[in-house]
Design a protein. Structure first.
Lengths: 250, 508
């Protein structure tokens, strides 16, 4: 598969802190795909995604986003990318509408496009009644939804989400999942880390299992089952088996 | 656990928290720095004896009975200390109400809330008093060394002043809650703290400018008019002055009075403390409304950043209170300027360093808020614009705000002394840019709410920022009177900036 049809291509991506956090990782995510990256705590999921988003500089390797070399032309890469972390990045003293206006401005979106988009996003995330309230009184779930709306306002081609469902109630989580599903159906690529394996199992087209900074397994759920000789197990059982094997090997 | 044991246990807990918070402030939260912080503090306290000696050494032999002028000066000094402690205590009390911290835990525990909050009120008063004792020690030491052990009584006055200031602060804050509600109390309390801290000195300066045409606050205190209107020597007003001189008949009632005040405040306000804290929480949970029916504005990415920064600065209670304080400090020189309109006196030069210094200090705070205090750092870092353009937009915001605040003063000065206006404007620009550069070199990503602790990230940056403001203020004044000396002063300040840059983490 060439870089034109891959949304993200990582080659030999490496990052060391006091130990290797990401170890020569090769990973390809296809355009229009919902990709779930799962792994135990400290496996290197967040570090990998932060390098893709341009928030961390890799020690080695390359990051290719829709054919753009993100390390040599980060501004062009960021134009098509959105990042949502598990800690919502919003301003307490701004209202959701003001926040979305700011994000749209940062991505250079014309107001005639961004204003109706902002209203639609707030409505679809159940934030319409709070659009003019300052965020300082919002719950974590509401803040997460504002951050997600900010990620979607500039209509990115690649959305990277790090544990986006943390702190969301069942209704909010369904809103978010629905919104992400709609985006994928519209041709957008979504990469998401999650500890909720049921979400990965149900939503992802492909799942990557990462442990100790390396991809230990990858594929659709049925491919993962086949690779590991289990025909009718849940992702949770597969995940535990894969991670245990990796731990024993280490 | 008996009630008394529980209270003493909670008191120990409060004091431990206060100690650790103070230590964290001193060490920047790094445990390894504790030894260095203690050594630094001892050196600082030792060095402080020198300015204390210079300021107060010659008064060590002062003895009772005092003339009215001396009584006025001493009482005013005690009142100034009280005002500063009150300002500090209001800030502490507001923080306790609005920082959720352990209040949830305490209020959900089966402990007697009235007792627990009594201890907390006492701990606030005690913390303020300890800080005051620490700062006053070099001055009292100098007086004891020069004038004998009777000056130890001054510590008693400091304790009385600290306890009463703590009691007053709690009463004021809770009354504010009742009168104007939790939504406005936070901002008003911060403004009040700033105004009380600076208000007394500024009021004296204004009176000096209006009555005597000088910026010296002592002009009013030592004037014949003040002595004429002052009460007789036997008045209660002079008790603090008499107590400082070792008069136990004045000291003991003062101490007793402050303890009674604190006791009354604990008895009256402890039961209300919980309600007030709940009110503050409820306010935090309910959002304030923004402008409805807002239309999105277009423009460049930098414009979007600048708009966001300006909006956030406008909604920042700290900034509003600090700006107000800076403006308050500018009132006496502005008044002096107006009084000197028809006067060619060179004393007019005095206002240039005051303005330049204020601009440098304000720019430092603003630069921290815009550069380091970025609440959505990841969002800005993942936006499609280069880091240099982000930084440039933020610096522009600092300079715009400084320009807006100081332009009216420069315009007024330009009418009187055009050359001085040009020099002052240049001084403001250089001082603001220097303070901004220091914040840029030492930037550490933080939440805006951590502003109060911004100094802990780097002592070098804190001192460099203060000294660069002082340096540029001095240089600006010297340009007007001794240009050659201004060259030397300017070079020294540039040297300071270069040394600061050399030690900055950015360079590494």
């Amino acid at each position: 598969m060439n870089s034109e049809t891959s949304a993200l291509r990582l080659k030999g991506l490496t990052k060391r802190f006091d130990r290797p956090a990401v170890d020569a990782l090769d990973l390809t995510v296809h355009a229009g795909e919902f990709y779930a990256l799962v792994g135990p705590n400290g496996a290197g999921k967040t570090t990998t995604l932060r390098m893709v988003a341009g928030l961390l500089k890799p020690d080695a390797g390359s990051v290719d986003i829709f054919g753009i070399d993100a390390l040599t032309d980060p501004v062009a890469a960021k134009q098509v990318l959105a990042w949502v972390s598990d800690e919502p990045m919003i301003y307490d003293k701004l209202t959701p509408l003001e926040y979305l206006e700011f994000v749209a401005g940062l991505w250079g979106i014309e107001p005639r496009t961004s204003q109706p988009a902002a209203r639609d996003l707030l409505a679809s995330l159940g934030l319409e009644p709070h659009r003019n309230d300052r965020c300082d009184g919002f719950s974590k779930g509401m803040r997460q939804k504002v951050a997600l709306a900010g990620a979607l306002i500039h209509d990115p081609r690649l959305i990277i989400l790090d544990e986006p469902l943390t702190g969301l109630d069942a209704v909010s989580a369904r809103h978010v999942k629905g919104l992400l599903g709609d985006r994928v159906r519209a041709g957008c690529t979504v990469i998401m880390t999650t500890h909720i394996l049921e979400v990965a199992e149900r939503m992802a087209d492909r799942i990557g299992v990462i442990a100790a900074g390396r991809l230990v397994a990858e594929g659709t759920l049925s491919e993962l089952r086949q690779q590991n000789g289990h025909t009718d197990t849940s992702l949770e059982d597969l995940f535990i088996a894969l991670v245990d094997v990796k731990a024993e090997a280490a | 656990m008996s009630s008394a044991t529980a209270l003493s246990w909670f008191a120990r807990h409060e004091l431990r928290l206060a100690w650790r918070e103070w230590l964290a402030m001193m060490t920047g939260g790094r445990r390894r720095r504790t030894r260095a912080a203690v050594i630094g503090l001892i050196v600082f306290a030792a060095v402080m004896h020198l300015p204390a000696w210079a300021v107060i050494g010659r008064y060590a032999h002062t003895e009772a009975p005092l003339d009215k002028t001396s009584l006025i000066v001493m009482t005013a000094t005690a009142f100034l200390a009280w005002a500063l402690m009150l300002s500090q205590a209001i800030e502490s009390v507001t923080r306790v109400f609005y920082a959720r911290a352990d209040l949830d835990l305490i209020m959900s525990s089966p402990a007697q809330l009235t007792n627990v909050f009594s201890v907390r009120i006492a701990a606030i008063a005690l913390t303020v008093t300890c800080l005051a004792l620490l700062l006053s020690t070099p001055f009292v030491d100098v007086l004891v060394l020069g004038g004998g052990a009777r000056w130890f009584a001054a510590f008693g006055v400091v304790i009385a002043v600290g306890l009463s200031a703590g009691a007053f602060a709690i009463a004021i804050t809770i009354v504010l809650f009742r009168l104007i509600g939790p939504a406005r109390t936070r901002l008003i309390a911060q403004i009040l703290a700033a105004v009380i801290g600076a208000g007394f000195v500024i009021a004296l300066q204004i009176a000096a400018v209006v009555s005597y045409g000088t910026l010296s606050r002592f002009a009013v205190l030592t004037s014949g008019a003040a002595a004429a209107y002052a009460p007789e020597a036997g008045s209660l007003v002079w008790w603090p002055a008499r107590a400082m001189l070792g008069d136990t008949e004045a000291l003991l009632p003062l101490l007793s009075l402050s303890l009674v005040m604190l006791g009354v405040v604990m008895a009256v306000f402890s039961p209300r403390f919980a309600d007030t804290a709940i009110g503050a929480f409820a306010h935090a949970a309910s959002s304030r409304q923004g402008k409805a029916g807002k239309t999105f504005r277009g423009g460049s990415r930098q414009q979007a950043l600048r708009r966001k920064e300006l909006l956030l600065l406008g909604r920042d209670p700290w900034l509003i209170s600090q700006t107000l304080m800076q403006l308050l400090y500018l009132v006496p020189p502005a008044l002096f300027l107006w009084r000197s309109f028809s006067d060619s006196s060179t004393a007019l030069v005095l206002i240039t360093p005051v303005i330049v210094m204020a601009a440098g200090q304000l720019a430092g705070g603003l630069a921290w808020l815009t550069i380091s205090g970025e609440d959505a750092a990841d969002l800005v870092a993942t936006a499609p614009l280069s880091p240099s353009r982000v930084i440039r937009a933020k610096i522009e915001v600092v300079l715009i705000v400084i320009g807006v605040i100081f332009a009216p003063l420069i315009a007024a000065l330009a009418l009187l002394a055009p050359r001085q206006a040009v020099v002052t404007a240049a001084g403001i620009a250089i001082a603001a840019m220097s303070a901004t550069a220091i914040q840029l070199w030492f930037r550490v990503q933080a939440k805006r709410s951590q502003f109060r602790r911004r100094q802990t990230s780097s002592r070098i940056a804190t001192f460099a920022e203060a000294f660069s403001s002082i340096g540029w203020a001095g240089t600006s004044a010297l340009v007007l009177v001794i240009p050659l000396a201004a060259g030397i002063s300017g070079l020294m300040t540039l040297g300071l900036m270069a040394a600061t840059w050399k030690f900055s983490p950015t360079r590494e």
